[in-house]
Design a protein around this ligand. Structure first.
Ligand code: MGP
Length: 204
């Protein structure tokens, strides 16, 4: 069999895969959005006025391969010190309430006991990021970003949304987040600026 016949790849230009040229293959697979990874560890003395100073923009990527390059070269969540946060947000959205994309939004979040979650948190955070960059959400445009927080007693996973007034949209996002993370627990939705004083929080 000739060498090309053994490779189940169309010989035209339609598909370019690693089988065409294993040595020089360098095609990257674009993501629908560009994403920026941020880190902060504000410590105990920070408050809402000083908090932004500790926020560090780490890197922006827009391909599947670059995502893995970043993921494989940063510290794992389970090794981060107490009070650290990773924030993965769409490029152009700062991971703060004050950003125009976030200011009318809210977050789905869950706190996971640290001692019971230590072995799982890296996989949970990875699945959370993959759900975002892989566009797993029906209302994709509503997703601003995701955060993992390391605290003394718990890890917190949160997904920030662009709006906070449409329960159907929020519930769809929360349900997908719960499924994609594989977390068996209750997520709660909170607007960043609570204006409603009555009613139970939305949960999934
Ligand atoms: P947090 O880390 O979201 O809450 O915010 P947590 O984990 O319940 O509190 P912690 O003390 O255990 O870390 C902690 C504090 O950081 C807030 O009370 C604010 O002072 C500040 N902060 C956090 N965020 C996300 C923002 C923000 O978006 N904007 C501003 N101005 N301050 C923030």
């Amino acid at each position: 069999m000739a060498q090309n016949d053994s490779l189940a790849v169309p010989s035209g230009d339609k598909y370019v895969t690693v089988f065409n040229d294993p040595v020089n293959f360098n095609v990257k697979h674009p993501l629908h959005n560009s994403w920026t990874l941020w880190f902060d560890n504000p410590g105990k003395k920070s408050n809402a006025n000083t908090w932004e100073q500790s926020l560090k923009e780490l890197i922006t990527f827009d391909t599947v391969e670059d995502f893995w390059g970043v993921y494989n070269n940063i510290m794992k969540t389970c090794d981060l010190s107490i009070s650290s946060n990773y924030h993965l947000f769409k490029q152009g959205i700062k991971p703060m309430w004050e950003d125009t994309a976030n200011k009318h939004g809210g977050k789905w979040s869950i706190q996971l006991p640290r001692n019971k979650t230590m072995n799982d948190i890296d996989g949970i955070w990875l699945n959370t990021m993959l759900a975002c960059i892989g566009e797993a959400f029906e209302h994709e445009n509503e997703v601003c970003g995701v955060v993992v927080s390391v605290r003394r007693a718990f890890f917190r996973i949160a997904l920030w949304t662009r709006s906070s007034d449409n329960q159907n949209v929020a519930m769809s996002i929360g349900t997908t987040l719960k499924r994609e993370t594989g977390i068996d627990g209750m997520f709660e939705f909170q607007p960043h600026h609570e204006t409603k004083s009555s009613g139970k929080p939305w949960t999934v």
